[in-house]
Every structure is written in C-alpha cells, then in structure tokens.
Design a protein around this ligand. Sequence first.
Ligand SMILES: Nc1ncnc2c1ncn2[C@@H]1O[C@H](COP(=O)(O)OP(=O)(O)OP(=O)(O)O)[C@@H](O)[C@H]1O
Ligand SMILES: [Mg+2]
Length: 151
Amino acid sequence: MEAQALEKDIRMNNHLTGPTLVFADHSHVDFVVRNLLSNAIKYSFQGGKIEIRKSDTGKAGLTAFSISDNGIGIDNDTAEKLFRLDGQSRLGTSGEKGTALGLIICKSFIEANGGNIRVESVKQKGTTFIFSLRQDRDDSDHTVSESGGLP
Ligand SMILES: Nc1ncnc2c1ncn2[C@@H]1O[C@H](COP(=O)(O)OP(=O)(O)OP(=O)(O)O)[C@@H](O)[C@H]1O
Ligand SMILES: [Mg+2]
C-alpha cells in the first residue's frame, strides 16, 4: 500500500492528534482502515491528497473518523450500491483490480462493533468515508452476536 502511495506521489495527512480510545475488535478496525486507505490510494490521481480526521457522529457514545481523498469520486448510482453485494469493482487510476467485497466486509465489521459507516462523494472531486465506533463497552445490547458477522 505504501509503495503504491509513493508511486502515485500521494500525500497522506493524519490529523488525529494523540490516542483516541474506542471499544472495538482490533482486527476488524485494522481491516476497515486498510481497505478505506487502499481504496483512497487506488482511486486517487497522481499527486493526490488523503486526509484522516475525527468527525462528527451526531450520536452520543460514538466517535467517528473520516478518510477523505480528492480522487475520481463516486456517482450517486454507484454510491447507493457500495455496501451491497450487487456492486461492481472499478479499476483504479493505475488499473488496480479489486473484488468489490471490501466495503461490504467493512460495513459488516463496523456494525458488528456497534458503529455506522457511510460515504459522501462528488464525482471528479473526491470521496469521504465516515465510520463510527463505540467509546465504551455497551453491555445493554449484543450487536455482535445478533448481526451474525459476515453476510
Ligand atoms: N475512495 C474511493 N473513490 C472512488 N471510488 C471508490 C472509493 N472507494 C470505493 N470506491 C468504489 O467502491 C467500489 C467498492 O469498493 P470495495 O473496497 O468494496 O472494493 P474494491 O476496492 O473494488 O475491491 P476489494 O474487494 O479488493 O476491496 C470500488 O470498486 C469503487 O468503484
Ligand atoms: Mg477496496
């Protein structure tokens, strides 16, 4: 992933200052961040910029993060299908291939940890994915077992 970012001359700016504590499965969060970052690189132009920030959730008890790029963007039709199995994978700006499963798994993982994930995008301008995670353990509901993990 780093090699690809270097090749495209993409600058990644991490605006998270200091540690932020969330309650979530480490390997799930790792998968989500990796897929969102690799997508951002894949769909960015040469010399692009990626920004990682904290974001607003509008919901108590959740902390949100955003990963933004100024790449090729996503049209409305595609955006609607992104988290469903009927989407198609698009080649990256350097012809990179995928399976279109990454975001489906991301959504499943984020929801299994009690959070949400959504996308905001403008064609030819860029894309932002925002996902939230719990600030604390919540013993009152058992989302992980109820959602059943992967689709
Ligand atoms: N940052 C982005 N900019 C533009 N399009 C994006 C971005 N992230 C995702 N997409 C669109 O969403 C689709 C699905 O992304 P997803 O991560 O699920 O699959 P993929 O990257 O194609 O393959 P993989 O399964 O290897 O992750 C992509 O094929 C692309 O069309
Ligand atoms: Mg992907």
